[in-house]
Design a protein around this ligand. Structure first.
Ligand code: ZN
Length: 201
């Protein structure tokens, strides 16, 4: 066994942090040493908020997003209840909220269908989504999964399941990013933006 020059408690902290996605041993070490150098208040605050969040944040049985203390944004009466946006995860909800262009309901899949990773409709509780759509009778449903192969597959699968349950089903537009130049756009994105062009006069 390699002898460490660090206290074993610090080694354990580094090991724990390196279990998080996107955080390798080097980042875990950097974060741990940073916390040890800062006043103890910061570590206490992080530990307390983590325990509090983990204890009280649960998955909402209606919209499948995270809710705190059994209260969810999906019961917020100031939101438009006629439109539903289906997304892969909560970070997508945060991004769409940041756009300031949407005030409807969300349904969070907590993943995407994937043949290669063996993720099937039961894993994403697609039946729960279909039941919600049947009961609520939305006027529009937006399929906002990523334009990747798994995202497109998921959107097509859900579309097939709900197409008779809602008068308008839309897919987020895919195309040329704002501020970019047409000659730098990749072939597939440009092709999609030509196919999905919209009328302006
Ligand atoms: Zn909810």
């Amino acid at each position: 066994m390699t002898k460490s020059y660090l206290p074993k408690e610090l080694e354990r902290l580094i090991q724990s942090l390196s279990k998080l996605p996107g955080i390798g041993k080097a980042t875990a070490s950097r974060l741990s040493l940073y916390l040890m150098k800062k006043p103890a208040d910061l570590s206490v605050e992080i530990a307390k908020t983590l325990i509090e969040a983990r204890k009280n944040v649960k998955i909402c049985p209606n919209c499948n997003n995270f809710m705190f203390d059994n209260k969810c944004s999906c019961s917020d009466s100031t939101r438009d209840n006629d439109i539903l946006c289906i997304v892969e995860n909560t970070t997508d909800v945060m991004s769409i909220e940041n756009s300031g262009e949407y005030n409807g309901q969300y349904h969070v899949l907590q993943g995407l269908l994937s043949i290669s990773q063996g993720i099937d409709p039961n894993d994403l509780k697609i039946d729960q989504l279909i039941s919600r759509v049947k009961i609520r009778k939305f006027k529009e449903i937006i399929l906002a999964t990523d334009p990747t192969s798994d995202g497109e597959f998921t959107a097509q699968y859900i579309h097939e399941k709900i197409k008779d349950l809602c008068p308008m089903i839309t897919r987020i537009a895919i195309g040329v990013p704002i501020g970019s130049e047409v000659n730098y756009i990749d072939k597939n994105t440009l092709a999609k933006s030509i196919i999905d062009r919209r009328k302006i006069s």
